[in-house]
Design a protein around this ligand. Structure first.
Ligand SMILES: Nc1ncnc2c1ncn2[C@@H]1O[C@H](COP(=O)(O)OP(=O)(O)OP(=O)(O)O)[C@@H](O)[C@H]1O
Length: 250
């Protein structure tokens, strides 16, 4: 569903992503790992349209992405979360999810201003859908709290569900478990499985190796901008080059 071919991105003299090729299969959970500065977030920024590659090609669901803007890529079915939490902190939890749903609303700008019956009904539908999504990640009880007042782990879940609300085919998660305690990580594990069961493909950056090795079908390893290895979690854990560069002997 996603094919990246010989992609390179340079920041001046620094080659942050260096001739990387990979393929992601529909319905799988994929990990992207590697040491700090390896180019993982830059790689996410490339496939989600924040940057355009200097060289190479990115094809998603049959569409070439090079040169497309983030919102266009979102429309064709890719959504993402960020390493730094990026919620509307002064909006309620449910409103944050409604923002994720709004691009799908049918009624136009003028009916929104005039508050027509159709528009009010659609708002109600959007609210109900948003509440259903909150149920999906166990946040319905927090629906009317300010999102900025949620615990860190819950804010991460809210980011994920907001990204999911636009019904992506591919979901990119940048360090979803960062700052979570072990109970929250267990919940995240179950939620990731549920997302996979919805038919959504996942690519995630994560430093928690227990979570990564337990949940992913396939892992890609970056080191100094280059792809060092790819394989199943067992293959990656036993790869001497990956152990030397990133995982360590333990
Ligand atoms: N906008 C930018 N301008 C210049 N250099 C950048 C920019 N963004 C990232 N870099 C550099 O590109 C390299 C890759 O960074 P990137 O953030 O993609 O790594 P990462 O693998 O995500 O690291 P981490 O695990 O620390 O988040 C680093 O050397 C970084 O300093």
């Amino acid at each position: 569903m996603l094919t990246v071919k010989d992609v390179t991105l340079r920041f001046g003299g620094l080659t942050a992503v260096n001739n990387v090729s990979l393929t992601i299969k529909q319905g799988t959970i994929n990990g992207l790992i590697g040491p700090n500065g390896a180019g993982k977030t830059t790689f996410f920024n490339l496939i989600s349209g924040v940057y355009t590659p200097n060289e190479g090609e990115i094809v998603f669901d049959g569409v070439k992405l090079n040169g497309k803007k983030c919102f266009e890529i979102n429309h064709i079915g890719m959504s993402r979360t960020y390493q730094v939490i990026n919620l509307f902190r002064k909006m309620t939890v449910v409103e944050n999810v409604m923002v994720g749903l709004h691009p799908k609303m049918k009624s136009g700008y003028f009916s929104a201003i005039l508050g027509t019956k159709g528009q009010r009904e659609e708002e109600k539908e959007v609210l109900e859908k948003a509440l259903d999504w909150l149920d999906f990640v166990g946040l319905r009880g927090n629906a009317y709290e300010m999102s900025g007042s949620l615990s860190y782990g819950k804010q991460r879940l809210l980011e994920i569900v907001r990204a999911l609300a636009s019904n992506p085919k591919l979901l990119l998660l940048d360090e979803p478990a960062a700052g979570m305690n072990s109970k929250e990580k267990e919940e995240l594990f179950d939620i990731l499985r549920k997302i996979q069961n919805l038919g959504v493909t996942i690519l995630m950056i994560e430093h928690d190796m227990k979570l990564m090795m337990g949940i992913t079908d396939y892992i890609f390893v970056l080191n100094y901008g280059k792809k060092l290895a790819e394989g199943t979690p067992v293959q990656i854990q036993n790869n001497p080059e990956v152990i030397a560069a990133y995982l360590g002997e333990d």
